[in-house]
Design a binder for this molecule. Sequence first.
Ligand SMILES: NC(=O)c1ccc[n+]([C@@H]2O[C@H](COP(=O)([O-])OP(=O)(O)OC[C@H]3O[C@@H](n4cnc5c(N)ncnc54)[C@H](O)[C@@H]3O)[C@@H](O)[C@H]2O)c1
Ligand SMILES: CC(C)(O)[C@@H](O)C(=O)O
Ligand SMILES: [Mg+2]
Ligand SMILES: [Mg+2]
Length: 347
Amino acid sequence: MATINFGGVLEDVVTREEFPMEKAREVLKNETIAIIGYGVQGPGQALNLKDNGFNVIVGQRKNSKTWDKAVADGWVPGQTLFEIEEAAQKGTILQFLLSDAGQIALWPTLKQYLTPGKALYFSHGFGITYKEQTGIIPPADVDVILVAPKGSGTSLRRLFLAGQGLNSSFAVFQDATGRARERVIALGIGVGSGYLFETDFKKEVYSDLTGERGTLMGAIQGIFAAQYETLRKNGHSPSEAFNETVEELTQSLMPLVAENGMDWMYANCSTTAQRGALDWWKKFKEATQPVFEELYASVAAGKEAERSIASNSQADYREKLNEELKELRESEMWQAGSAVRKLRPNN
Ligand SMILES: NC(=O)c1ccc[n+]([C@@H]2O[C@H](COP(=O)([O-])OP(=O)(O)OC[C@H]3O[C@@H](n4cnc5c(N)ncnc54)[C@H](O)[C@@H]3O)[C@@H](O)[C@H]2O)c1
Ligand SMILES: CC(C)(O)[C@@H](O)C(=O)O
Ligand SMILES: [Mg+2]
Ligand SMILES: [Mg+2]
């Protein structure tokens, strides 16, 4: 473990330098890693592990779109692609990468294949933390571990192909074999993590649900919509409103934040912009802080889990989600965005 100073707080992290890929391959050389579920994380993790030289198989329902996707990605039926039950039986490490609601439905089947010494792997603390709601209670004689990439499975794969990596958290919930820790770190390196930081299942799910409902996805759309509407109500064109709300942020300013922090981005804007941003950010913080407190309380009370399970367990959950995504896509702001993207010189 390398001890790193994160803003004055010392934390131990695992880097690829101290836990190289050869070591990960050595730790997992006798394992068959079965990827159960081929949605977003499934493909990213499965393909990265395979390309890094691990023994990987995929478990999917035959005659499903995801089975066809797995075939298109190079998984071979009968060799590296199997029905879920067969993959679960063959695997020594079962990576449970169905949707969090889907995991509840499959659990009674999957647990039959968790024979002593196997490892049950999650990419979210959801199933274990909210066990009263999910019913996921693993047997005592298997390792229960977690690697949660901090980003989309799509980005995990893209960054791997670009020779980079996405940071992940890792956790051990249950160490039945005495090997849980080395197994989970090796898997974290194998799936293409940049570095790994330690957490526990509860902290992972509380922070993850807060982040995606907050600044990463929910809050950002909310604040975009509020500013766009204000500009439009005051007579600004869609083009002007979209550029001042989204396009400049994603194309010009966020890359500077990613490169060297917020003060660096501010420093590369005018003194006029700096004065205004420095005055206004605290007002936005004060206005939104109560919403974040409400959000965290809802996560901690299990209400977000309840809502997610209830809506994503419906037979027509995918159609309903698609309708809501369509509504976003067809809103004036994102239609303006589509036109703006087409005008980018590289398009
Ligand atoms: N999406 C991400 O990039 C991401 C990032 C970090 C962690 N995670 C976690 O990884 C795990 C997998 O997430 P994902 O986004 O790849 O999953 P997903 O929602 O894309 O679903 C994965 C698979 O589950 C199947 N599925 C969905 N609902 C089902 C149901 N009700 N019954 C049976 N099957 C169902 C889908 O057909 C798909 O093949 C989850 O625990 C998630 O929280 C996801
Ligand atoms: C990619 C995210 C938002 O980080 C993940 O947490 C998810 O649930 O998809
Ligand atoms: Mg999440
Ligand atoms: Mg996340």
